[in-house]
Design a protein around this ligand. Structure first.
Ligand SMILES: Nc1ncnc2c1ncn2[C@@H]1O[C@H](COP(=O)(O)OP(=O)(O)OP(=O)(O)O)[C@@H](O)[C@H]1O
Length: 472
Protein backbone atom coordinates (compact mmCIF):
# COMPACT_ATOMS: atom_id res chain seq x y z
CA UNK A 1 0.00 0.00 0.00
CA UNK A 2 1.66 3.25 -1.12
CA UNK A 3 1.33 6.45 0.92
CA UNK A 4 -0.88 9.22 -0.43
CA UNK A 5 1.28 12.24 -1.05
CA UNK A 6 2.43 14.57 -3.76
CA UNK A 7 0.86 17.51 -5.53
CA UNK A 8 -0.15 17.71 -9.19
CA UNK A 9 -0.40 21.01 -11.09
CA UNK A 10 -2.34 20.99 -14.34
CA UNK A 11 -2.27 23.98 -16.71
CA UNK A 12 -1.79 24.29 -20.45
CA UNK A 13 0.18 27.52 -19.95
CA UNK A 14 3.56 25.94 -19.37
CA UNK A 15 5.20 29.01 -17.80
CA UNK A 16 2.34 29.51 -15.34
CA UNK A 17 2.40 25.81 -14.39
CA UNK A 18 6.18 25.90 -13.85
CA UNK A 19 5.93 29.07 -11.73
CA UNK A 20 3.19 27.56 -9.58
CA UNK A 21 5.22 24.35 -9.18
CA UNK A 22 8.21 26.39 -8.01
CA UNK A 23 6.10 28.23 -5.42
CA UNK A 24 4.57 24.94 -4.25
CA UNK A 25 7.97 23.24 -3.87
CA UNK A 26 9.15 26.24 -1.86
CA UNK A 27 6.16 25.92 0.47
CA UNK A 28 6.18 22.12 0.73
CA UNK A 29 9.75 20.95 0.14
CA UNK A 30 8.91 17.39 1.33
CA UNK A 31 6.29 16.85 -1.36
CA UNK A 32 6.85 15.60 -4.89
CA UNK A 33 5.35 18.17 -7.26
CA UNK A 34 4.19 16.84 -10.65
CA UNK A 35 3.31 19.11 -13.58
CA UNK A 36 0.93 18.24 -16.45
CA UNK A 37 0.27 20.37 -19.54
CA UNK A 38 -3.11 18.76 -20.25
CA UNK A 39 -5.93 16.89 -18.53
CA UNK A 40 -4.95 13.73 -20.42
CA UNK A 41 -1.40 13.89 -19.11
CA UNK A 42 -2.76 14.60 -15.60
CA UNK A 43 -4.84 11.40 -15.71
CA UNK A 44 -1.74 9.42 -16.71
CA UNK A 45 0.15 10.81 -13.72
CA UNK A 46 -2.80 10.09 -11.41
CA UNK A 47 -3.00 6.49 -12.56
CA UNK A 48 0.66 5.98 -11.64
CA UNK A 49 0.98 8.00 -8.44
CA UNK A 50 -1.18 8.24 -5.32
CA UNK A 51 -1.32 12.06 -5.40
CA UNK A 52 -2.91 13.95 -2.48
CA UNK A 53 -3.78 17.30 -4.08
CA UNK A 54 -4.44 18.26 -7.70
CA UNK A 55 -4.55 21.94 -8.67
CA UNK A 56 -6.08 22.33 -12.11
CA UNK A 57 -6.95 25.09 -14.48
CA UNK A 58 -10.57 25.10 -15.65
CA UNK A 59 -10.17 26.10 -19.26
CA UNK A 60 -7.80 23.92 -21.25
CA UNK A 61 -7.85 22.72 -24.86
CA UNK A 62 -9.36 19.23 -25.21
CA UNK A 63 -10.57 18.01 -21.84
CA UNK A 64 -11.42 20.90 -19.48
CA UNK A 65 -11.06 21.14 -15.70
CA UNK A 66 -14.59 19.92 -14.90
CA UNK A 67 -14.20 16.73 -16.94
CA UNK A 68 -10.79 16.16 -15.42
CA UNK A 69 -12.31 16.60 -11.96
CA UNK A 70 -14.95 13.91 -12.61
CA UNK A 71 -12.47 11.47 -14.13
CA UNK A 72 -9.81 12.09 -11.46
CA UNK A 73 -12.31 11.52 -8.65
CA UNK A 74 -13.31 8.24 -10.29
CA UNK A 75 -9.66 7.23 -10.43
CA UNK A 76 -8.70 8.43 -6.96
CA UNK A 77 -11.69 9.18 -4.67
CA UNK A 78 -9.35 10.42 -1.93
CA UNK A 79 -7.89 13.17 -4.16
CA UNK A 80 -8.49 16.79 -3.14
CA UNK A 81 -9.03 18.76 -6.35
CA UNK A 82 -8.47 22.52 -6.26
CA UNK A 83 -9.63 24.46 -9.30
CA UNK A 84 -7.96 27.58 -10.68
CA UNK A 85 -10.39 30.23 -11.87
CA UNK A 86 -9.91 33.64 -13.35
CA UNK A 87 -10.44 36.53 -10.93
CA UNK A 88 -14.17 37.29 -10.59
CA UNK A 89 -15.47 34.09 -12.17
CA UNK A 90 -17.21 32.93 -9.03
CA UNK A 91 -19.85 30.97 -11.00
CA UNK A 92 -17.21 28.62 -12.36
CA UNK A 93 -15.84 28.06 -8.86
CA UNK A 94 -19.32 27.28 -7.51
CA UNK A 95 -19.94 24.87 -10.39
CA UNK A 96 -16.66 23.08 -9.65
CA UNK A 97 -17.34 22.86 -5.92
CA UNK A 98 -20.75 21.34 -6.69
CA UNK A 99 -19.01 18.78 -8.89
CA UNK A 100 -16.79 17.70 -6.00
CA UNK A 101 -13.84 20.10 -5.97
CA UNK A 102 -12.45 20.66 -2.48
CA UNK A 103 -11.43 24.27 -2.97
CA UNK A 104 -10.68 26.95 -5.52
CA UNK A 105 -7.90 29.45 -6.15
CA UNK A 106 -8.22 32.62 -8.16
CA UNK A 107 -5.54 33.70 -10.57
CA UNK A 108 -3.19 35.40 -9.87
CA UNK A 109 -2.54 32.96 -7.06
CA UNK A 110 -1.71 34.36 -3.63
CA UNK A 111 0.97 32.51 -1.70
CA UNK A 112 -1.03 32.40 1.52
CA UNK A 113 -4.11 30.96 -0.22
CA UNK A 114 -1.98 28.40 -2.03
CA UNK A 115 -0.41 27.27 1.23
CA UNK A 116 -3.82 27.02 2.91
CA UNK A 117 -5.57 24.88 0.30
CA UNK A 118 -2.62 22.52 -0.09
CA UNK A 119 -2.27 22.12 3.70
CA UNK A 120 -5.97 21.22 3.92
CA UNK A 121 -5.65 18.69 1.12
CA UNK A 122 -2.56 17.09 2.65
CA UNK A 123 -4.22 16.83 6.07
CA UNK A 124 -7.20 15.13 4.50
CA UNK A 125 -4.91 12.73 2.65
CA UNK A 126 -3.16 11.88 5.89
CA UNK A 127 -6.47 11.01 7.59
CA UNK A 128 -7.50 8.93 4.59
CA UNK A 129 -4.13 7.17 4.66
CA UNK A 130 -4.64 6.29 8.33
CA UNK A 131 -8.10 5.05 7.50
CA UNK A 132 -6.70 2.74 4.83
CA UNK A 133 -4.14 1.41 7.29
CA UNK A 134 -6.91 0.75 9.80
CA UNK A 135 -8.95 -1.19 7.26
CA UNK A 136 -5.92 -3.28 6.48
CA UNK A 137 -5.25 -3.93 10.17
CA UNK A 138 -8.88 -4.84 10.75
CA UNK A 139 -8.89 -7.40 7.99
CA UNK A 140 -5.66 -8.81 9.45
CA UNK A 141 -7.19 -8.87 12.92
CA UNK A 142 -10.39 -10.55 11.75
CA UNK A 143 -8.61 -13.88 11.74
CA UNK A 144 -6.65 -13.19 14.90
CA UNK A 145 -9.34 -12.95 17.56
CA UNK A 146 -11.24 -10.05 18.91
CA UNK A 147 -8.87 -8.15 21.20
CA UNK A 148 -8.57 -5.19 18.88
CA UNK A 149 -5.77 -2.64 19.19
CA UNK A 150 -2.28 -1.90 17.94
CA UNK A 151 -1.11 0.55 20.61
CA UNK A 152 1.97 -0.43 22.65
CA UNK A 153 -0.34 -1.05 25.66
CA UNK A 154 -2.50 -3.42 23.60
CA UNK A 155 0.46 -5.26 22.12
CA UNK A 156 1.76 -5.82 25.63
CA UNK A 157 -1.68 -6.95 26.81
CA UNK A 158 -1.96 -9.48 23.97
CA UNK A 159 1.49 -10.85 24.82
CA UNK A 160 0.54 -11.29 28.48
CA UNK A 161 -2.79 -12.87 27.51
CA UNK A 162 -1.05 -15.33 25.27
CA UNK A 163 1.52 -16.14 27.99
CA UNK A 164 -1.29 -16.71 30.50
CA UNK A 165 -3.13 -18.95 28.02
CA UNK A 166 -0.10 -21.24 27.90
CA UNK A 167 -0.40 -21.92 31.66
CA UNK A 168 -3.16 -23.20 33.91
CA UNK A 169 -2.61 -20.57 36.59
CA UNK A 170 -5.35 -18.57 38.24
CA UNK A 171 -5.32 -15.07 36.82
CA UNK A 172 -6.63 -11.87 38.36
CA UNK A 173 -7.72 -9.49 35.60
CA UNK A 174 -7.84 -5.89 36.77
CA UNK A 175 -8.99 -2.72 35.10
CA UNK A 176 -11.65 -0.05 34.96
CA UNK A 177 -15.16 -0.95 33.92
CA UNK A 178 -15.54 -1.49 30.17
CA UNK A 179 -11.83 -1.99 29.43
CA UNK A 180 -12.26 -5.56 28.20
CA UNK A 181 -11.63 -7.73 31.29
CA UNK A 182 -14.24 -10.28 30.30
CA UNK A 183 -12.96 -10.30 26.73
CA UNK A 184 -9.45 -10.94 28.03
CA UNK A 185 -10.77 -13.88 30.06
CA UNK A 186 -12.56 -15.35 27.04
CA UNK A 187 -9.45 -14.92 24.94
CA UNK A 188 -7.30 -16.71 27.53
CA UNK A 189 -9.79 -19.57 27.51
CA UNK A 190 -9.98 -19.72 23.71
CA UNK A 191 -6.20 -19.77 23.39
CA UNK A 192 -5.72 -22.32 26.18
CA UNK A 193 -5.71 -26.12 26.12
CA UNK A 194 -9.20 -25.92 27.65
CA UNK A 195 -10.66 -24.18 24.59
CA UNK A 196 -12.90 -27.12 23.61
CA UNK A 197 -14.38 -27.31 27.10
CA UNK A 198 -16.94 -24.85 28.53
CA UNK A 199 -16.26 -21.23 29.40
CA UNK A 200 -18.61 -20.19 32.19
CA UNK A 201 -18.92 -16.58 33.28
CA UNK A 202 -20.49 -15.60 36.59
CA UNK A 203 -21.21 -11.96 37.31
CA UNK A 204 -20.93 -12.20 41.11
CA UNK A 205 -22.89 -9.04 42.11
CA UNK A 206 -25.80 -10.08 39.88
CA UNK A 207 -26.53 -13.09 42.13
CA UNK A 208 -28.13 -12.33 45.51
CA UNK A 209 -25.73 -13.18 48.32
CA UNK A 210 -27.80 -16.04 49.74
CA UNK A 211 -27.88 -17.86 46.36
CA UNK A 212 -24.25 -17.38 45.33
CA UNK A 213 -22.90 -20.38 47.19
CA UNK A 214 -25.43 -22.76 45.67
CA UNK A 215 -24.89 -21.15 42.24
CA UNK A 216 -21.17 -21.91 42.47
CA UNK A 217 -21.06 -25.24 44.27
CA UNK A 218 -24.59 -26.65 43.67
CA UNK A 219 -26.94 -28.17 46.23
CA UNK A 220 -28.67 -31.42 47.08
CA UNK A 221 -32.43 -31.77 47.11
CA UNK A 222 -33.79 -30.41 50.41
CA UNK A 223 -30.53 -28.59 51.28
CA UNK A 224 -32.57 -25.49 52.14
CA UNK A 225 -36.18 -24.34 51.95
CA UNK A 226 -37.13 -24.19 48.29
CA UNK A 227 -34.40 -26.61 47.12
CA UNK A 228 -36.94 -29.02 45.68
CA UNK A 229 -34.46 -30.70 43.37
CA UNK A 230 -30.73 -31.28 43.16
CA UNK A 231 -28.77 -28.63 41.27
CA UNK A 232 -25.27 -28.86 39.91
CA UNK A 233 -23.27 -25.68 40.41
CA UNK A 234 -21.14 -23.69 37.99
CA UNK A 235 -17.94 -25.49 39.02
CA UNK A 236 -19.45 -28.69 37.66
CA UNK A 237 -20.89 -26.92 34.60
CA UNK A 238 -17.41 -25.56 33.81
CA UNK A 239 -15.80 -29.01 34.27
CA UNK A 240 -12.59 -29.31 32.24
CA UNK A 241 -12.95 -25.68 31.19
CA UNK A 242 -12.68 -22.19 32.65
CA UNK A 243 -14.80 -20.33 35.19
CA UNK A 244 -14.66 -16.54 35.20
CA UNK A 245 -15.67 -14.92 38.47
CA UNK A 246 -16.55 -11.45 37.30
CA UNK A 247 -16.37 -8.70 39.96
CA UNK A 248 -14.88 -11.00 42.57
CA UNK A 249 -14.48 -8.07 44.98
CA UNK A 250 -18.22 -8.19 45.68
CA UNK A 251 -18.52 -11.69 47.15
CA UNK A 252 -19.46 -12.16 50.80
CA UNK A 253 -16.93 -13.33 53.43
CA UNK A 254 -18.64 -16.73 53.74
CA UNK A 255 -18.42 -17.42 49.98
CA UNK A 256 -14.82 -16.15 50.05
CA UNK A 257 -13.96 -18.81 52.62
CA UNK A 258 -15.58 -21.60 50.58
CA UNK A 259 -13.91 -20.42 47.41
CA UNK A 260 -10.54 -20.37 49.12
CA UNK A 261 -11.00 -23.98 50.23
CA UNK A 262 -12.02 -24.98 46.72
CA UNK A 263 -8.92 -23.32 45.24
CA UNK A 264 -6.64 -24.96 47.80
CA UNK A 265 -8.07 -28.45 47.60
CA UNK A 266 -9.45 -28.46 44.05
CA UNK A 267 -12.68 -29.94 45.40
CA UNK A 268 -16.16 -28.57 46.00
CA UNK A 269 -18.82 -29.54 48.47
CA UNK A 270 -22.43 -28.90 47.30
CA UNK A 271 -24.81 -27.44 49.90
CA UNK A 272 -26.39 -30.16 51.97
CA UNK A 273 -23.70 -32.72 51.07
CA UNK A 274 -20.94 -34.08 53.27
CA UNK A 275 -18.81 -35.27 50.36
CA UNK A 276 -16.13 -33.36 48.54
CA UNK A 277 -16.17 -33.69 44.74
CA UNK A 278 -12.92 -33.18 42.81
CA UNK A 279 -13.13 -30.46 40.13
CA UNK A 280 -10.87 -29.65 37.21
CA UNK A 281 -11.63 -26.00 36.49
CA UNK A 282 -9.34 -23.11 35.74
CA UNK A 283 -10.34 -20.00 37.65
CA UNK A 284 -10.06 -16.51 36.22
CA UNK A 285 -11.26 -13.60 38.34
CA UNK A 286 -11.82 -9.98 37.42
CA UNK A 287 -12.28 -6.81 39.39
CA UNK A 288 -12.33 -3.05 38.99
CA UNK A 289 -12.00 -2.56 42.74
CA UNK A 290 -9.01 -1.78 44.89
CA UNK A 291 -8.69 -5.21 46.49
CA UNK A 292 -5.67 -4.13 48.53
CA UNK A 293 -7.83 -1.49 50.26
CA UNK A 294 -10.53 -4.13 50.80
CA UNK A 295 -7.91 -6.34 52.49
CA UNK A 296 -6.94 -3.47 54.78
CA UNK A 297 -10.57 -2.85 55.77
CA UNK A 298 -10.95 -6.63 56.21
CA UNK A 299 -13.75 -7.04 53.67
CA UNK A 300 -11.60 -9.22 51.39
CA UNK A 301 -9.51 -12.19 52.56
CA UNK A 302 -5.80 -11.72 52.03
CA UNK A 303 -5.19 -15.46 51.57
CA UNK A 304 -7.86 -15.62 48.84
CA UNK A 305 -6.29 -12.58 47.19
CA UNK A 306 -2.94 -14.39 46.95
CA UNK A 307 -4.59 -17.57 45.66
CA UNK A 308 -6.35 -15.63 42.89
CA UNK A 309 -3.45 -13.40 42.07
CA UNK A 310 -0.97 -15.98 40.77
CA UNK A 311 -0.80 -13.85 37.63
CA UNK A 312 -2.18 -10.32 37.18
CA UNK A 313 -3.32 -8.84 33.90
CA UNK A 314 -4.20 -5.18 33.72
CA UNK A 315 -6.51 -3.89 30.99
CA UNK A 316 -5.53 -0.28 30.16
CA UNK A 317 -8.15 2.49 30.11
CA UNK A 318 -9.03 3.72 26.65
CA UNK A 319 -7.70 7.23 27.39
CA UNK A 320 -4.21 5.68 27.68
CA UNK A 321 -4.40 4.15 24.21
CA UNK A 322 -6.28 6.69 22.15
CA UNK A 323 -4.49 5.56 19.01
CA UNK A 324 -6.70 2.43 19.10
CA UNK A 325 -9.94 4.43 18.91
CA UNK A 326 -10.18 4.56 15.08
CA UNK A 327 -9.54 0.83 14.78
CA UNK A 328 -12.05 -0.01 17.52
CA UNK A 329 -14.61 2.36 16.02
CA UNK A 330 -14.44 0.67 12.62
CA UNK A 331 -14.75 -2.71 14.29
CA UNK A 332 -17.81 -1.61 16.27
CA UNK A 333 -19.36 -0.01 13.19
CA UNK A 334 -19.12 -3.32 11.31
CA UNK A 335 -20.52 -5.06 14.37
CA UNK A 336 -23.43 -2.58 14.73
CA UNK A 337 -24.37 -2.97 11.05
CA UNK A 338 -24.40 -6.75 11.48
CA UNK A 339 -26.50 -6.45 14.63
CA UNK A 340 -29.01 -4.25 12.80
CA UNK A 341 -28.93 -6.39 9.68
CA UNK A 342 -28.04 -3.32 7.62
CA UNK A 343 -25.55 -3.03 4.78
CA UNK A 344 -22.00 -2.17 5.90
CA UNK A 345 -21.51 1.56 6.51
CA UNK A 346 -18.38 3.64 6.22
CA UNK A 347 -17.04 6.29 8.56
CA UNK A 348 -15.19 9.37 7.34
CA UNK A 349 -11.65 10.01 8.66
CA UNK A 350 -12.77 13.30 10.23
CA UNK A 351 -15.34 11.42 12.34
CA UNK A 352 -12.65 8.98 13.49
CA UNK A 353 -10.47 11.95 14.43
CA UNK A 354 -13.43 13.46 16.35
CA UNK A 355 -13.97 10.20 18.25
CA UNK A 356 -10.28 10.10 19.16
CA UNK A 357 -10.51 13.42 21.01
CA UNK A 358 -13.25 12.26 23.44
CA UNK A 359 -12.43 11.13 26.96
CA UNK A 360 -14.50 7.86 27.12
CA UNK A 361 -14.74 7.43 30.91
CA UNK A 362 -16.78 4.24 30.27
CA UNK A 363 -13.88 2.98 28.13
CA UNK A 364 -14.37 0.57 25.23
CA UNK A 365 -17.95 -0.27 26.20
CA UNK A 366 -18.93 3.39 26.04
CA UNK A 367 -17.31 3.76 22.62
CA UNK A 368 -19.08 0.61 21.42
CA UNK A 369 -22.48 1.89 22.58
CA UNK A 370 -21.78 5.31 21.12
CA UNK A 371 -21.08 3.82 17.69
CA UNK A 372 -24.24 1.70 17.96
CA UNK A 373 -26.21 4.86 18.71
CA UNK A 374 -24.59 6.81 15.89
CA UNK A 375 -25.36 3.93 13.52
CA UNK A 376 -29.02 3.75 14.55
CA UNK A 377 -29.49 7.50 14.07
CA UNK A 378 -27.82 7.58 10.68
CA UNK A 379 -29.95 6.64 7.71
CA UNK A 380 -27.14 7.11 5.19
CA UNK A 381 -24.29 4.79 4.34
CA UNK A 382 -21.53 6.96 5.82
CA UNK A 383 -21.03 8.23 9.37
CA UNK A 384 -19.89 11.84 9.44
CA UNK A 385 -18.86 14.23 12.20
CA UNK A 386 -22.47 15.51 12.20
CA UNK A 387 -23.68 11.98 13.00
CA UNK A 388 -21.24 11.85 15.91
CA UNK A 389 -22.52 15.16 17.24
CA UNK A 390 -26.11 13.98 16.86
CA UNK A 391 -25.32 10.82 18.83
CA UNK A 392 -23.62 12.93 21.49
CA UNK A 393 -26.60 15.30 21.72
CA UNK A 394 -28.87 12.31 22.19
CA UNK A 395 -26.91 11.40 25.31
CA UNK A 396 -26.44 14.87 26.69
CA UNK A 397 -29.85 16.35 26.03
CA UNK A 398 -31.99 13.24 25.86
CA UNK A 399 -33.58 14.87 22.81
CA UNK A 400 -33.88 11.74 20.77
CA UNK A 401 -36.27 13.18 18.22
CA UNK A 402 -34.03 16.07 17.34
CA UNK A 403 -30.81 14.15 16.87
CA UNK A 404 -31.36 12.59 13.53
CA UNK A 405 -28.82 12.72 10.79
CA UNK A 406 -29.84 13.57 7.27
CA UNK A 407 -33.27 14.97 8.23
CA UNK A 408 -34.79 11.53 8.51
CA UNK A 409 -37.41 10.79 11.10
CA UNK A 410 -36.55 8.19 13.72
CA UNK A 411 -39.58 6.11 12.76
CA UNK A 412 -38.36 6.24 9.21
CA UNK A 413 -34.99 4.70 9.97
CA UNK A 414 -35.41 2.16 12.71
CA UNK A 415 -38.01 -0.37 13.70
CA UNK A 416 -40.49 0.72 16.38
CA UNK A 417 -38.96 -1.57 19.02
CA UNK A 418 -35.44 -0.19 18.46
CA UNK A 419 -36.70 3.38 18.62
CA UNK A 420 -38.62 2.65 21.80
CA UNK A 421 -35.64 0.85 23.36
CA UNK A 422 -33.40 3.82 22.56
CA UNK A 423 -35.79 6.24 24.27
CA UNK A 424 -36.38 3.93 27.24
CA UNK A 425 -32.62 3.40 27.57
CA UNK A 426 -32.06 7.14 27.72
CA UNK A 427 -34.86 7.56 30.25
CA UNK A 428 -33.49 4.78 32.49
CA UNK A 429 -29.98 6.22 32.41
CA UNK A 430 -31.15 9.75 33.23
CA UNK A 431 -33.54 8.54 35.93
CA UNK A 432 -31.03 6.28 37.72
CA UNK A 433 -28.31 8.94 37.55
CA UNK A 434 -30.70 11.51 39.03
CA UNK A 435 -31.64 9.26 41.96
CA UNK A 436 -27.96 8.40 42.53
CA UNK A 437 -27.15 12.11 42.55
CA UNK A 438 -29.89 12.68 45.15
CA UNK A 439 -28.68 9.84 47.38
CA UNK A 440 -24.99 10.68 47.01
CA UNK A 441 -24.30 7.32 45.32
CA UNK A 442 -25.98 5.25 48.06
CA UNK A 443 -27.18 2.12 46.26
CA UNK A 444 -29.51 0.87 49.04
CA UNK A 445 -31.19 4.26 49.24
CA UNK A 446 -31.44 4.39 45.42
CA UNK A 447 -33.10 0.96 45.48
CA UNK A 448 -35.54 2.14 48.17
CA UNK A 449 -36.53 5.35 46.38
CA UNK A 450 -36.79 3.79 42.93
CA UNK A 451 -38.54 0.61 44.08
CA UNK A 452 -35.99 -1.41 42.07
CA UNK A 453 -34.15 -4.33 43.67
CA UNK A 454 -30.40 -4.02 44.26
CA UNK A 455 -29.87 -6.77 41.69
CA UNK A 456 -31.93 -4.94 39.08
CA UNK A 457 -29.97 -1.77 39.83
CA UNK A 458 -26.62 -3.58 39.58
CA UNK A 459 -27.68 -4.86 36.16
CA UNK A 460 -28.62 -1.34 35.05
CA UNK A 461 -25.28 0.02 36.36
CA UNK A 462 -23.37 -2.59 34.44
CA UNK A 463 -25.45 -2.33 31.23
CA UNK A 464 -25.40 1.47 31.19
CA UNK A 465 -21.93 1.88 32.56
CA UNK A 466 -23.03 3.87 35.60
CA UNK A 467 -20.61 4.02 38.50
CA UNK A 468 -22.37 4.91 41.79
CA UNK A 469 -18.98 5.97 43.21
CA UNK A 470 -19.06 8.89 40.79
CA UNK A 471 -21.90 10.40 42.86
CA UNK A 472 -20.23 10.10 46.26
N1 LIG B 1 -9.73 -4.58 22.82
C1 LIG B 1 -10.99 -4.79 22.49
N2 LIG B 1 -11.30 -5.16 21.23
C2 LIG B 1 -12.59 -5.35 20.86
N3 LIG B 1 -13.64 -5.23 21.70
C3 LIG B 1 -13.39 -4.88 22.96
C4 LIG B 1 -12.06 -4.64 23.43
N4 LIG B 1 -12.12 -4.33 24.73
C5 LIG B 1 -13.41 -4.35 25.08
N5 LIG B 1 -14.19 -4.69 24.02
C6 LIG B 1 -15.65 -4.80 24.02
O1 LIG B 1 -16.13 -3.81 24.93
C7 LIG B 1 -17.22 -4.31 25.68
C8 LIG B 1 -16.87 -4.24 27.16
O2 LIG B 1 -15.82 -5.18 27.44
P1 LIG B 1 -15.86 -6.16 28.72
O3 LIG B 1 -17.26 -6.53 29.08
O4 LIG B 1 -14.90 -7.24 28.46
O5 LIG B 1 -15.29 -5.12 29.79
P2 LIG B 1 -15.10 -5.31 31.36
O6 LIG B 1 -13.82 -4.66 31.69
O7 LIG B 1 -15.27 -6.77 31.71
O8 LIG B 1 -16.30 -4.46 31.93
P3 LIG B 1 -17.00 -4.55 33.38
O9 LIG B 1 -15.92 -4.33 34.40
O10 LIG B 1 -17.97 -3.41 33.35
O11 LIG B 1 -17.65 -5.89 33.47
C9 LIG B 1 -17.48 -5.72 25.19
O12 LIG B 1 -18.48 -5.70 24.22
C10 LIG B 1 -16.16 -6.12 24.57
O13 LIG B 1 -16.34 -7.09 23.56
Amino acid sequence: MSAINGILIVDDEADFAKGLARLTTGLFPDQTVHVAGSAKQALEILSEHDVAVCITDMRMPGMGGLDLLAKAKGLAPHLSVVVLTAYGSIDTAVQAMKAGASDFLTKPVELEQLSLVITKGLERAQLIGENRRLRELLSLQAGRGVLIGESPAMLKLRQTVSAAAGTDYTVLIRGESGTGKELVARTIHTMSRRAREPFVDLNCPAIPEQFLESELFGHLKGAFTGADKERRGLFVAAGGGTLLLDEIGDISPSVQTKLLRCLQERTIRPLGSNKNIPVDVRILASTNQNLEARIVDKSFREDLYYRLNVMTIRTPPLRDRREDIPLLSRHFLNQACEEMGSAPKDIVPEALAWLSTRSWPGNVRELQNFIRRATVYNAGDTLTVECMRAAEDAIVDDRVESTLCGNQSLQGISPYKDAKDAILGDFTRTYVREVLATTGGNVSETARISGLSRTALQKIFSRMDIDPDEFR
